[in-house]
Ligand binder design. Sequence first.
Ligand SMILES: Cc1cc2nc3c(=O)[nH]c(=O)nc-3n(C[C@H](O)[C@H](O)[C@H](O)COP(=O)(O)OP(=O)(O)OC[C@H]3O[C@@H](n4cnc5c(N)ncnc54)[C@H](O)[C@@H]3O)c2cc1C
Length: 483
Amino acid sequence: MSPPSTLVWFRNDLRLADNPALWEAVERGAPVVPVFIMQEAGEKYGSPGGAGRWWLHYSLHSLDADLRRAGSRLIVRTGDPLSVLRQVAEECHAEAVFWNRRYEPAAVACDAEVKAEFRARGLTIESFNGSLLYEPWQVLNQEEKPYRVFTPFWKACLALREPGSPLPEPAHIPAPEIWPVSLPIEQLHLEPKIGWAQGLRAAWTPGSEGAGGNLGVFLDEALEGYETGRDRPDRQGTSRLSPYLRFGEISPRQVWRAVREFSKNEARTRLAGSAQAFLRQLGWREFAYYLLFHFPYTPDQPLDGNFAAFPWREDREALTAWQKGRTGYPYIDAGMRELWHTGWMHNRARMGVASFLVKDLLIPWQAGAAWFWDTLVDADLANNTLGWQWTAGCGADAAPYFRVFNPVSQGEKFDPEGRYVRAWVPELANLPGRWIHKPWEAPERELKKAGVELGKDYPYPMVDHAAARLRALELYQNLKKPS
Ligand SMILES: Cc1cc2nc3c(=O)[nH]c(=O)nc-3n(C[C@H](O)[C@H](O)[C@H](O)COP(=O)(O)OP(=O)(O)OC[C@H]3O[C@@H](n4cnc5c(N)ncnc54)[C@H](O)[C@@H]3O)c2cc1C
């Protein structure tokens, strides 16, 4: 009989470096069996959407290659985690199971069930913090209740302590004498059958190496001036680390440390403000996980209960026009098409398209969140829920309900030369900057010169924004009135 081993259950932590569960398992000295379990369907948002599945396919390959370099490999299985873990634990005589914690409601319940059963069987079960800078239960207000506003939350986090140094990669991972059987990753059928993922392939390199590459480029080229650069969808002014953080190919602690070290260098003291602004965004990620943990109903229900009665409209045709980037508002359409082609959308554009869906079209934020879930490579239950509830005005620290983004002036402000629109809405590429965000106001001769026939090459606006804004404000105001 082979000696007892330690199972390391990989989930949203597909990396070797700064992986406390893996590190501690290796420290125990027994053979380590890394396991990934693909859980199909069942729970809503229980498994990744289409773009996330594409990402996961490559990420698992990358993790397996990294493990093999350290003398190990990834055991891939499908099914209900408890039954699969039971089976693998028996096959390799496991006496311990280690993992890094998750915070999504269904995952928390699943992990609690696994923990209870394995403990009852006498196995050692240990969980670690591999995904957050601060645990959600560490930070409470003076009444011992969770914060609902970002700034005091983040202040309380920073008062605890500065995130520590990341753990290194284990140089060697002890292997069992006989490996349990693994499914080939291809057999998970994560890659889409149709050619839809070409744009994703061109835009991304999933895996820890890709994460390190994006972090390096960000530090060298975009950290300086991040405070303002981050607001420009027409530039590469942000880190594009979100899918890597989502799948744990890089940890927030690694990112935090890298930014702190880089900006601490004497020759780069000018970067202190930019670094602060960037680290604050990691704080928003923390806040999103914090809220999801403390208010687990929020992926479906508004945090502000008043909004449960909001008279949303059901309009399939309008939802499809929005999804396809054919609203007639170039800035909105550019965002939606960037999303479809690359699996990612700039944060400013996300705010704009989300506001358009919930306020101009009065379509429920949950429908937008579901589309993002399926199309974003970084689709993340915590961040997506926060982003949509914030925009709809029904979440924590929400945008005031009367703030309705104007799709024209947002474009003019954050894409002043129209480069973002030209890149993603090529049918308008030859339109002069003056009209690029409002082609319906362009004189007929300008449209002709640019080769645009409105209503044929590019749609007229599907709603009149000024009228839609007033309609939304009235409905939102009624909601606030005591009945
Ligand atoms: C409607 C809506 C839906 C969103 N859905 C998601 C989602 O599913 N997954 C996701 O990761 N982000 C989501 N965001 C937040 C944000 O748009 C992305 O995190 C950001 O655009 C990722 O790009 P980046 O890595 O270049 O960001 P950077 O500006 O480089 O920021 C670094 C990291 O900080 C975190 N971060 C930055 N901004 C936010 C934010 N507003 N909220 C929470 N975390 C943030 C991310 O982890 C990000 O990778 C959503 C925002 C909105 C308005």
